[in-house]
Structure formats: structure tokens, C-alpha cells
Design a protein around this ligand. Structure first.
Ligand code: CTP
Length: 162
């Protein structure tokens, strides 16, 4: 999957749907992640008390990167409309293209992957995120024009950039 330079790529999918794994094929500097900044703030990526701090860090980095026309990937669940609206508004402010990448893996697969990893998200959280997963039509109504479906590969990744 290729993106025009300067694109804000918005990943959308529940925990365990493979978003972070997908980002590994791109330069690591492209990625902004609320989980990563919550972890830096608290040692715990799941500590929701650090979400406001993480959101501020993410906003600073988005402004810095989008102003420079650098491709940036928002690696968070982004399943809620208001969160996507904030990201969309930021990209528009800098006149940058936006691509939505929808992760369509079934909830049971997300739950299985989640259960098999170290950092486990509660199952009811995944269910709620899955229930909020938007459709293509919904994304179009929100103003997204470039909407893609993430590759559902299970093959080992070729990590080109790290
Ligand atoms: N995984 C996998 N096969 C894939 C993609 C992911 O087995 N094609 C595994 C990963 O190795 C990881 C787990 O599934 O152990 C969750 O993948 P991750 O990329 O972390 O999912 P995210 O959607 O980023 O989850 P979160 O929102 O919780 O960060």
C-alpha cells in the first residue's frame, strides 16, 4: 500500500486487529500512537489516566509533521467518530491528504491475537471497539474520500525500515 507524500494515514480497528504490526513496514518515525505515549508517561500503555497527556504529545507531533508535509500514521484504534474528526481537521488545516485504513479482521481473530500477546486488552473493551467499527459509507459521510482495507496477511512481515 502506498501513500502520497505528506498523507495523514488514519488506521481504524479494534485492539488486536494488527494496526501496529502493519506500521512495521514503514519508517518508525511515521507513526504516532496514543498507546506509545501513555506508556512513556506512565510505564503502562493501557493507563487511560494518561490519555490527555498522550493526546497532547500526539497533537504536537502531528502539527510538526503535517506542517512539514511528512507522511504520518495515526496508530490508535480511531473507532470513535469524534477522534477521527479531530485527526481529519488537523490534516485539513495543513492541506494534507488523508487516507483511512480499515482493519476488517473479525472480532474473534482480534480476541485470539490479544489473548496470545503480553499486553492484553480486556475482552469487553475489544467488543466495544468492534461494535464502533465504522463502515465505508460512514467514513464517506464523515468526509473521508480515500478509504482502504488493510491487507489481511498472516505471512511473516518483511521489515524494510528497521
Ligand atoms: N498479529 C498476527 N498476525 C497479523 C497481525 C498481528 O499474529 N497479521 C499479532 C501481533 O503479533 C500481536 C497481535 O496480533 O501480537 C496484535 O497485533 P497488533 O499489531 O499489536 O494489533 P493492534 O491493532 O495494534 O492492537 P492495539 O490497538 O492493542 O495496539
Amino acid at each position: 500500500m502506498e501513500f502520497a507524500p505528506g498523507t495523514l494515514v488514519i488506521l481504524i480497528g479494534p485492539a488486536g486487529s494488527g494496526k501496529t504490526t502493519y506500521t512495521l513496514r514503514f519508517p518508525d518515525t511515521w507513526r504516532v500512537s496514543l498507546d506509545a505515549y501513555r506508556r512513556l508517561a506512565t510505564d503502562d500503555a493501557a493507563d487511560q489516566t494518561a490519555t490527555p497527556t498522550a493526546a497532547q504529545i500526539q497533537a504536537l507531533l502531528l502539527d510538526a509533521r503535517l506542517a512539514r508535509g511528512l507522511t504520518t500514521i495515526a496508530d490508535s484504534t480511531n473507532v470513535h467518530t469524534h477522534v477521527r474528526a479531530g485527526l481529519l481537521a488537523r490534516a485539513r488545516y495543513y492541506h494534507r491528504p488523508v487516507t483511512a485504513v480499515l482493519f476488517t479482521v473479525p472480532r474473534v481473530v482480534c480476541e485470539q491475537r490479544n489473548a496470545a500477546r503480553d499486553r492484553r486488552v480486556p475482552v469487553d473493551v475489544i467488543r466495544t471497539q468492534d461494535a464502533h467499527r465504522p463502515t465505508r459509507e460512514q467514513l464517506r459521510d464523515e468526509g473521508f474520500t480515500d478509504i482502504r482495507i488493510a491487507p489481511r496477511t498472516t505471512a511473516p512481515l518483511t521489515v524494510a525500515h528497521r
